[in-house]
Design a binder for this molecule. Structure first.
Ligand SMILES: [Zn+2]
Length: 54
């Protein structure tokens, strides 16, 4: 069970022709050419951030 798994809310932001993922914890992903890529970054972050939480 993960007791602290609810603090990562991710969104995607568009910047010109790029998109990047951001998280409520302050994390931001790299600028991507496609919004799909940014969403994948967000999903990856949320997953690994939860498992690596102390
Ligand atoms: Zn986060």
């Amino acid at each position: 069970m993960h007791a602290h798994a609810s603090s990562h809310t991710t969104t995607t932001t568009e910047r010109g022709s790029f998109a990047l993922a951001r998280c409520s914890c302050g994390w931001a992903g790299p600028a991507r050419r496609s919004r799909d890529r940014a969403r994948t970054d967000a999903a990856d972050h949320a997953r690994s951030a939860v498992t690596e939480e102390p």
